[in-house]
Design a protein around this ligand. Structure first.
Ligand code: 5GW
Ligand code: MN
Length: 347
């Protein structure tokens, strides 16, 4: 009996000791783990400042007007789509705040522009005004695709900005340029993909910058609403209306009419877009079909299926000949007036 009690109490003591040991071991390892995390945090605070994964939320000492969720600065325009993508209008964003978020990320913005044949004449204005307004203060790489490399104008570029000239064959038909644009965009992105932190914008060369086009335009998939149709019902949009085309949109389909002359986003997203549009364009061509507005039609179909995560207002692609509408407070980028006899002799 005494023996048994001794064994019982001994077991109890051992169990208590064991529990105490386990508890202290666990709490020790938890604190040391916490210490590790704290050290990591301190380290990653630096990494966050140069990386691209997180928003740097507290730009030091930056003071700006208190934001409100009940009083918008713009009440004359819609600043969000039904799928909750921002629609960028002047007055809806704070450029200084946005730059302070994106500058430390050390991102590179790629721009592609085609200047084939006589369209080389638009390149000088495009490049000069891009220097003044397009992502000023950021790393910018502009890829020019041309068949006339000797006629690429010498434009002084700020440090961190580069011009890369790519030779393309002279086009026999203008539709060929349109057909190859998505293919070449796809190829450029494939070269850049290993560094997947970058953004790309694909722009028409027959255009110029008049105002800031910067970090407010960054997003996963970015589309620009066409200046000619944004007040119209969708039945008037010049979508491809033949069901036999892969760019087809039915009468009750389509969100906005987007421009083929400006689109962009993250490299991976635009890669998927270019690949899809190119595939659909070529598959249509195999069947003898060319969509109403070539790759613009395919882009519009793509944006209907894959909703853009940011929509840019027509401030981001206006037309120089078009008088400014009252809701357009600033024209940032716009198509220049073309003398068609000059540039499209065979069109
Ligand atoms: C030439 C004739 C008819 C249509 C297109 C061209 C053409 C277009 C050309 O000869 N060379 C050329 O580089 N392009 C590229 O395609 C330019 O980057 C141009 O901005 C883009 C789209 O063509 P655009 O600007 O004539 O189309 P819209 O709809 O802006 O007038
Ligand atoms: Mn154009």
């Amino acid at each position: 009996m005494i023996h048994l009690i001794n064994v019982k109490s001994l077991t109890a003591v051992l169990v208590i000791l064991g529990v105490l040991f386990l508890y202290s071991f666990l709490s020790y390892s938890r604190t040391s783990h916490q210490q590790n995390i704290t050290a990591e945090n301190r380290l990653s605070a630096d990494v966050v400042a140069v990386g691209n994964e997180f928003h740097l939320v507290a730009p030091e000492h930056l003071q700006y007007e208190q934001p409100s969720i009940v009083q918008g600065s713009r009440i004359d325009v819609v600043a969000v789509t039904p799928w909750l993508a921002p629609i960028v209008w002047e007055g809806t964003f704070n450029p200084v705040l946005l730059d302070s978020i994106y500058k430390p990320k050390n991102i590179t913005i790629i721009a592609t522009v085609f200047a084939v044949g006589k369209y080389i004449m638009f390149l000088k204005r495009f490049l000069e005004t891009a220097e003044q307004h397009f992502f000023v203060g950021f790393k910018v790489h502009i890829y020019v695709f041309t068949d006339r490399p000797n006629e690429v104008p010498p434009v002084t570029m700020a440090s961190g900005r580069r011009l890369i000239v790519r030779l393309v064959p002279t086009a026999k038909r203008w539709q060929e340029i349109s057909a190859r644009r998505m293919e070449l965009i796809q190829m450029v992105i494939e070269e850049q993909l290993p560094n997947n932190r970058n953004y790309i914008f694909c722009l028409d060369v027959d255009s110029q910058f008049h105002g800031r086009w910067g970090s407010e335009s960054l997003g996963g998939l970015v589309a620009v609403t066409h200046p000619g149709y944004y007040r119209d019902p969708r039945s008037k949009f010049p979508y491809e209306r033949r069901p036999s085309s892969r760019a087809y949109l039915a009468p009750r389909e389509g969100d906005f009419y987007y421009c083929g002359g400006a689109f962009g986003g993250l490299l991976q997203e635009v890669h998927h877009l270019a690949k899809t549009c190119r595939h659909n364009f070529e598959a249509d061509a195999q069947e003898g079909i060319e969509a109403a507005w070539q790759e613009e039609s395919h882009l519009n179909r793509y944006m209907w299926i894959n909703k853009p995560s940011k929509v840019l207002s027509p401030e981001y692609l206006w037309q120089d000949f078009k008088p400014r509408n009252p809701e357009v407070h600033i024209v940032r980028f716009s198509g220049v007036v073309k003398n068609y006899a000059d540039i499209r002799p065979n069109a």
